[in-house]
Design a protein. Structure first.
Length: 134
């Protein structure tokens, strides 16, 4: 009887540990996504496009570099996350940046659609950045 109790407690404890580990992994992935997305968006806000490019998926990096090269005279003054749609291995985030060009003090707004994917325990983004007419 005592040995059966020990085995039952061992099995129960093992099941709990495995179940807890699975939840922690999902929580860790969610935390990792939010941290990664926030770092990328802050780099974009401060127009540090070279460093932000390290978060961009390899197959989307050339288009990202072409787009951001054309934005070198932009100074973003603020950003706001408009929406986040997140599941376990992908997410879509809409961000609105406000700023101005060095050549013109008129306020401009850019909308960025960030399409995130988790692969090999790394979140990467395929962004689409569009300027809104003043």
């Amino acid at each position: 009887p005592m040995q059966i109790r020990r085995i039952a407690l061992l099995v129960l404890g093992s099941s709990f540990a495995v179940g807890s580990w699975g939840c922690a992994t999902l929580t860790d992935q969610n935390t990792m996504f939010h941290d990664t997305q926030k770092r990328y968006t802050r780099l974009m806000r401060f127009t540090d496009f070279d460093r932000a490019g390290s978060f961009v998926a390899a197959d989307a990096r050339d288009a990202f570099n072409d787009r951001t090269d054309a934005l070198r005279d932009i100074h973003f003054t603020d950003y706001a996350v408009q929406a986040i749609d997140n599941d376990k291995t992908s997410a879509t985030v809409t961000v609105e940046y406000t700023g101005y060009r060095s050549s013109s003090p008129i306020v401009i707004t850019f909308s960025e659609k960030q399409h995130w994917e988790l692969a090999d325990n790394t979140w990467t983004v395929r962004p689409t950045l569009e300027e809104h007419a003043p």
